[in-house]
Design a protein around this ligand. Structure first.
Ligand SMILES: Cc1cc2nc3c(=O)[nH]c(=O)nc-3n(C[C@H](O)[C@H](O)[C@H](O)COP(=O)(O)O)c2cc1C
Length: 186
């Protein structure tokens, strides 16, 4: 399986990082990573990871300005893409097919090839413009998946909350990480 991971500049860089960490030991999943400039900034501002350390978790890394990279073409076959976290700006670019950097270009390619695209949209509160963008993106095929954890798993740590969201995302590709599930978690 080949998955593209995009990290944009919403708070919650840890979601993208955790996805890469969990997929790293899996020999059946090849990861392709693209990080926006503000995604790089949030990694530095809110996590203990360097951007370089995050990039080392992926099998392939691309420059967000490189619109000629392999993942920018539909002829490069993938099994889908996860944008985690997804800022409102990146959501807007996807919803409007802007293709203005490698992340949003690859997201658009993912949709046009009818592959799965998960947008972990993170903003709060939301105005009608944000809601409209999520509706527009959903109508062209994106899966809108804000990071909203469940509490029936009895989370003890912040990482439990992060892993809850991450495991629901990876469920979309049937990648079972053994995280707690209802009703076993009761
Ligand atoms: C610490 C920090 C947290 C941010 N959190 C959010 C957020 O949760 N959601 C959002 O849409 N933008 C957030 N932003 C603003 C985005 O980084 C900004 O809109 C940027 O243009 C997004 O660009 P990108 O989508 O290309 O990464 C945040 C910025 C900083 C510095």
């Amino acid at each position: 399986m080949r998955l593209v991971i995009g990290i944009s500049g919403a708070t919650g860089a840890i979601y993208g990082i955790r996805i890469l960490e969990l997929l790293k030991p899996r020999s059946d999943v090849e990861t392709h990573l693209v990080i926006t400039d503000m995604g790089r900034a949030t990694i530095r501002l809110e996590t203990e990871y360097s951007v370089q350390a995050v990039e080392q978790l992926a099998d392939h890394v691309y420059n967000v300005k490189d619109l000629a990279a392999a993942i920018s073409s539909g002829s490069f076959r993938t099994d889908g893409m996860i944008v985690a976290p997804c800022s409102v700006k990146t959501l807007s670019s996807v919803a409007n097919c802007l293709n203005d950097n490698l992340l949003t270009r690859t997201a658009d390619v993912t949709l046009k090839e009818r592959r799965k695209l998960v947008l972990v949209v993170r903003e709060t509160p939301l105005h009608a413009g944000h809601c409209q963008l999520m509706l527009d993106a959903s109508r062209i095929g994106a899966i809108i998946m804000p990071p909203v954890p469940a509490f029936y798993t009895h989370p003890k740590t912040i990482m439990d909350l992060v892993d809850d969201t991450v495991s629901r995302i990876l469920d979309i590709w049937n990648l079972d990480l053994g995280s707690p599930r209802w009703p076993d978690s009761r």
